[in-house]
Design a protein. Structure first.
Length: 77
């Protein structure tokens, strides 16, 4: 079998979608880190509630992205 034939039979291919997913994960994790730093700074009650709501949305997005990376896998709590 030729080298070209071997390459075309590889079961795992990393394409643009993998890079897009990784970029999205990196962005979400960066935002989460910034929000956690704001929480540590001791915000007021309203700002704290807003930050917590944003963190919940980010966690949901991370779970959804994680479930896409492993077919058949379900998000964990």
């Amino acid at each position: 079998m030729t080298k070209k034939g071997l390459l075309s039979e590889r079961p795992f291919r990393y394409g643009r979608h993998c890079g897009d997913r990784m970029s999205a994960l990196a962005k979400l994790l960066g935002q989460k880190e910034q929000l956690l730093a704001r929480l540590e700074a001791g915000p007021g009650a309203n700002e704290r509630a807003e930050i917590q709501a944003l963190l919940a949305k980010i966690d949901t997005a991370l779970k959804l992205l994680g479930s896409r990376s492993a077919p058949g896998a379900e998000p964990t709590d």
